[in-house]
Write a protein that binds this ligand. Structure first.
Ligand code: SAM
Length: 157
């Protein structure tokens, strides 16, 4: 049976493996090569896939959609969240109330790691504070590890 997918990518989007996987600026992403890779292996008989350098997860996700049993690997922690959110996860989704938990300001003292460490480098102070808050909220107000992973994946987009 085909595994259920998070609705991040709609069912119609995965037909013929021509799915609109989010575009990223991740160096070395095989997003534009996914169709080519599939065309060159689809006639082979295999059930399992080891994606050793998983990165954006696009290759793993393509094979998962083809009902292969996929093992995703990457040594970077933010990519590990991608693997958990898109590959290991089959049916957990973020709800509107989860999004509210992530986006609202709670009665806590938020860390200011990004704001103080990266001030005036990448984003504005306001945006850095927003990131500090969202990350804290994901870690402290979302109990489900798959929801946490989905939230971090979304944040990275
Ligand atoms: C070219 S990129 C990603 C390619 C991936 N197929 C995609 O489409 O996004 C290669 C990935 O390998 C990971 N990587 C590099 N050396 C690694 C190692 N020794 N162990 C695990 N992952 C590694 C990097 O973190 C990077 O995400």
């Amino acid at each position: 049976m085909r595994p259920r997918q998070p609705t991040l990518f709609s069912p119609e989007s995965v037909r013929n493996f021509n799915f609109p996987f989010p575009s990223t600026r991740y160096q070395g992403s095989k997003r534009v090569l996914a169709d080519w890779i599939w065309e060159n292996v689809c006639d082979m008989k295999f059930d399992t896939v080891l994606d050793v350098f998983g990165g954006t997860g696009v290759v793993s996700y393509m094979f998962k959609n083809a009902s292969k049993q996929v093992t995703y690997n990457d040594h970077l922690r933010f990519n590990w969240f991608i693997g958990r959110a898109l590959i290991e996860n089959h049916d957990v989704q973020l709800t509107d109330s989860d999004m509210e938990l992530i986006l609202q300001s709670h009665e806590v003292i938020y860390p200011d790691i990004i704001k103080t460490t990266f001030g005036s480098i990448y984003y504005t102070d306001e945006e850095n504070a927003w990131l500090d808050r969202a990350i804290f909220n994901i870690n402290h107000f979302l109990a489900d590890p798959y929801k946490q992973a989905l939230a971090f994946f979304s944040l990275c987009q």
